[in-house]
Design a binder for this molecule. Structure first.
Ligand code: M6R
Length: 621
């Protein structure tokens, strides 16, 4: 969580930092701050920071001149200490010489803080970050005559990184070494930008794209010294090394709203294109399904006897959808687990286990840790991610990229549907390698996925007004239930998650058959129940479950397949979905639920793209 940005070059740093923070604000918006080195003869370290969103910082900067060519910015998702001005980043050392911005958690900060307090250091905030600032200051020694700029600061950072535990990305600026930024990472993302006459750093590529496409992702325990002339990367012992360098192939427009009132709505409407892009080139020259990157012998797939899918939040729901396709087509048992739970029990993992780790960002700590745990036990790991070069993709044995483009809204939409599609490709790949489907059957199924963007286009065209009206009906409800069966269950979970995270309405998803075992007690006169009742082998069962809740007073909003005549008789409102293969239906059924949640949040005046208490990428445990 948290976004960090840094600039050193020939231009004015502040506008670069503020534009970068606007792009990174989705990562956390409890507070924001900047520090800039001002004045050239004896540079002064100036810090301005405010609790609240970026707008509060903009207001604070209105009357302050912060002219300088080197600086750092931060947007915070609070972990240690409340979201106040005082706890906002950047944090400075006691003498006010250096400033630090930090994303992540220092696990042994209490012990270090006690040592420093015993040594006479006074702290102003409750953060682990201020402890880092003080520790770097303690380790910093004046550079030897003739030492390269930044030497003292980078050596201090290396020493501190050898001392601290946790996952973090940090960047520092020091008025005594005024032409450099110094940065390091362990377990949290940090990308460096090589630009003309400038160097930048950011928590993600979106923060850099306005300045350069030439990007270098730092890997764990690397530190970098950035100057206007270039970037030098070393390990924790000062040995030269390099990060993973790549060229960004998407455009700045992709990270802007393009006339939509919210990123979420834009991203909902981008789903047809995102799915089409995710499916491009999935057949090799021999007409066989191919993954993006495979670092193991595909023949090993034949001996896989168990699949675990690990993920969090919406990505976890995509895993629950995929379980049905993988078991059906590839004939291998699948368990889907919340990533944060996986490594704290004793999953049976062997070289014949395939672990599929799903993460839009590829930086979710829980998912990365689950995948690492699996690899430690010699299981093979396939990553499904939307971010090229992300930590998860670098540490996996094989990768399938969702090509959804940048997803900015905190509520995930296009990442989810493209994940289901990418997982469908994986299911067909497994079926092909395990010979549970003939190659032409795999191609036929792939063609069904390729037809989805067209169906989605028509679905998005017709249902908008109906869903806006329904959203107003549910906006006053004390409780909204979502029910489904088979692969409608994860869509019920996802519909409820979307609604709760952006509208703050109390919503819950249930397997429809489970209602009678308890949750049906919640049904009250007029209480809304959203039922996924599309065509398939459990259709009749869901219709019965709808009747059960309706008999107890529920107002039922049903999703049904176009041409279905039965559901209408039992529901108060019906939203029709194009008729596609049962295993592919979730890609369509989730979309009206995204739109419903969106309109409910707008109606209630919520902050759709940046809902309270959340952050887009969760890089803490
Ligand atoms: O980047 P990831 O896919 O690993 O993120 C996982 C979850 O944090 C994410 O899906 C979250 O649940 C979304 N806010 C849901 O809309």
């Amino acid at each position: 969580m948290c976004g960090i940005i840094g600039y050193v070059g020939g231009g004015d740093a502040l506008p670069v930092l503020m534009n970068g923070l606007a792009t990174l604000e989705y990562r956390g918006y409890d507070s924001a701050g900047v520090s800039v080195l001002t004045g050239s003869a004896r540079p002064e370290l100036r810090v301005v920071k405010r609790a609240g969103k970026l707008a509060a910082l903009e207001g604070a900067l209105a009357d302050v001149g912060l002219a300088g060519t080197v600086g750092l910015g931060h947007t915070r998702w609070a972990t240690h200490g409340e979201p106040t001005d005082r706890n906002a980043h950047p944090h400075v050392d006691e003498d006010g010489d250096l400033a630090i911005v930090h994303n992540g958690i220092i696990e042994n900060f209490v012990e270090i803080k006690e040592e420093l307090v015993a040594d006479g250091v006074e702290f102003l905030s409750e953060t682990d970050t201020e402890v880092l600032a003080a520790l770097v200051a303690r380790h910093r020694r004046e550079p030897a005559d003739g030492a390269a700029p930044g030497t003292a600061l980078v050596e201090a950072l290396r020493a501190v990184m050898r001392r601290v535990d946790g996952q973090f990305a940090v960047a520092l600026v020091d008025r005594r070494e005024p032409d450099v930024l110094v940065a390091g990472r362990r377990g949290a993302p940090l990308v460096l930008g090589h630009a003309d006459g400038a160097s930048l750093l950011s928590s993600d590529v979106a923060g850099l794209i306005a300045h350069t496409r030439d990007v270098e992702a730092l890997t764990d325990d690397q530190v970098a010294v950035l100057t206007a002339e270039g970037i030098a990367v070393t390990d924790l012992h000062g040995e030269p090394t390099s990060g993973q360098r790549f060229t960004v192939d998407w455009d700045i427009d992709a990270a802007e709203k393009q006339g939509y009132p919210h990123f979420m709505l834009k991203e909902i409407h981008e789903q047809p294109q995102a799915i089409a892009d995710t499916l491009v080139g999935r057949l090799d020259g021999d007409g066989r399904i191919a993954l993006d990157e495979v670092r193991f012998d595909a023949a090993d797939i034949r001996t896989v006897d168990k699949v675990y899918i690990v993920a969090c939040g919406t990505s976890y729901h995509a895993g629950l959808v995929a379980k049905h396709a993988i078991e059906h087509w590839a004939g291998v048992g699948v368990e889907v687990e919340i990533a944060s739970e996986f490594r704290y029990r004793d999953p049976i993992l062997t070289p014949h286990t395939l672990v599929v780790a799903i993460s839009q960002s590829g930086e979710t700590t829980d998912t990365i840790a689950a995948a690492a745990h699996a690899r430690d036990q010699r299981a093979k790991v396939v990553a499904i991610s939307n971010v090229v070069g992300s930590t998860l993709t670098r540490e996996a044995d094989a990768v399938i990229y969702t090509r959804a483009g940048p997803e900015i809204a905190v509520a995930s939409t296009k990442a989810f549907t493209t994940q289901i599609v990418a997982l469908g490709v994986l299911a067909l790949f497994l079926a092909q390698e395990r010979r549970t489907l003939f190659p032409e059957e795999c191609r036929d199924q792939l063609a069904r996925y390729e037809a989805l963007p067209g169906h989605l286009e028509s679905l998005l065209e017709v249902n908008g007004d109906q869903l806006a009206g329904l959203a107003e009906r549910i906006a006053d409800a004390a409780y909204v239930m979502f029910i489904g069966r088979h692969n409608g269950v994860p869509i019920a979970y996802e519909g409820a998650l979307k609604l709760k995270e952006i509208s703050y309405l109390h919503a819950e998803g249930f397997p429809a058959g489970e209602m009678k075992h308890g949750p049906i007690a919640l049904i009250d006169e007029g209480g809304p129940v959203v039922a996924i009742a599309t065509r398939g082998h459990v259709h009749g069962k869901v219709v019965s479950n709808i009747q059960e809740v309706r008999a107890r007073g529920a107002e039922v909003i049903a999703l049904a397949t176009e041409g279905d005549t039965t559901v209408k008789a039992h529901a108060d409102h019906v939203v029709y979905i194009p008729d596609v293969h049962e295993l592919l239906t979730p890609v369509l059924t989730v979309v009206p639920l995204q739109v419903l949640a969106y309109h409910a949040a707008v109606h209630l005046g919520r902050d759709v793209d940046q809902p309270r208490n959340l952050a887009k990428t969760v890089t803490v445990e």
